[in-house]
Design a protein around this ligand. Structure first.
Ligand SMILES: Nc1nc2c(ncn2[C@@H]2O[C@H](COP(=O)(O)OP(=O)(O)OP(=O)(O)O)[C@@H](O)[C@H]2O)c(=O)[nH]1
Ligand SMILES: [Mg+2]
Ligand SMILES: [Zn+2]
Length: 291
């Protein structure tokens, strides 16, 4: 049997790269019955069906799975947010960070379109997330800022680009590698949002060993299915203070002698990050009540 990697899935067909050629494959019935999804990034075994078509017989074990965008085996997520046009949504960014932490992926935050705003509007959010312990990269496809650094981050990884529609995911990938020729779309002036130009997640090869996935933009995201007691650990800047909490399983909300609240009052934790922590905590609690 042949072995390959799924580059994209589209209305019942799976496009699998096998030895530099893309084969059009269908899914063996047992997977369809089990409603098991085959995702871009999946490594699969394929039975030849003639003329570069085949049937996916086996999905090899996954290293990682990301829910949104749905991809398998990526090890990094580049989270692309525009400094303006559309305005950055830090709650969505924090949600994406929790999702990446829970899935065990390395997050890289791109604040794109730096050419559209003054330096303060770049440096202030960049500092918040650098202080929280993340890789932060200001980028612009107009001035070329950060493009070389971004390309370096991608080397020898499988990286998915994720973020709201119109933030510039496809544009950044084109800037890194013009040969991709990805379609990009104007941000609507009237509603200040992107137009969902990219329609499906697609795996692309930057160079041997360096793969990237372009994906459709989104504006909302469910939190991962983790115990709410572990939510604090998904915020890396909270971690050193958690052991100072008096109670085991402290939720860092109403409990006395809480290391997180103490760090917050001392200005060591950003208030907006903490606010989003509380929003997420409540969301998890109302979800737990429902089921
Ligand atoms: N000024 C400026 N415009 C940019 C920059 N990057 C992208 N754009 C523009 O932003 C718009 C949206 O870019 P896309 O690359 O299509 O955005 P996307 O994130 O792929 O959007 P979806 O595919 O809809 O999710 C296009 O008009 C780009 O030309 C940048 O650094 N500066
Ligand atoms: Mg796009
Ligand atoms: Zn606490």
């Amino acid at each position: 049997m042949l072995q390959g990697i799924v580059v994209r899935a589209y209305s019942g067909f799976y496009y699998v790269e096998i030895d530099k050629e893309v084969w059009e494959c269908r899914l063996r019935g047992k997977f369809r019955l089990a409603k098991q999804n085959v995702l871009p990034g999946d490594r699969v075994r394929v039975r030849e069906g003639g003329g570069k078509t085949g049937v996916i017989e086996e999905i090899l074990p996954r290293n990682t799975v990301l829910e949104r965008p749905q991809v398998a085996n990526v090890d990094q997520v580049v989270m692309v947010f525009a400094c303006a046009d559309p305005d950055p949504q830090t709650e969505l960014l924090d949600r994406m960070l929790v999702q990446a932490e829970a899935a065990g992926l390395i997050p890289i935050i791109c604040f794109n379109k730096t050419d559209l705003v003054g330096r303060d509007a770049v440096d202030a959010p960049a500092k918040i997330y650098t202080d929280a312990g993340y890789h932060v990269l200001p980028t612009s496809v107009v001035t070329g800022e950060g493009i070389t650094e971004l390309r370096n981050y991608l080397k020898d990884h499988l990286t998915v680009f994720a973020g709201p529609s119109g933030s510039g995911k496809s544009s950044l990938l084109n800037a890194i590698h013009p040969g991709f020729g990805l379609k990009t779309g104007q941000v609507s002036r009237k509603i200040g949002r992107g137009r969902h130009t990219t329609r499906y997640a697609e795996l692309l090869e930057l160079e041997p060993g360096s793969l990237v996935v372009d994906s459709p933009g989104f504006s909302n995201l469910y939190l991962p299915n983790i115990d709410r007691k572990n939510l604090g650990e998904m915020f890396p800047e909270f971690v050193p203070y958690i052991e100072e909490c008096r109670f085991n399983g402290c939720l860092h909300r109403a409990e006395p002698d809480c290391g997180i609240k103490e760090a917050l009052h001392q200005g060591k934790i950003n208030p907006e990050r903490y606010k989003h922590y509380l929003v997420f905590l409540e969301e998890m609690e109302s979800r737990e009540k429902k089921y």
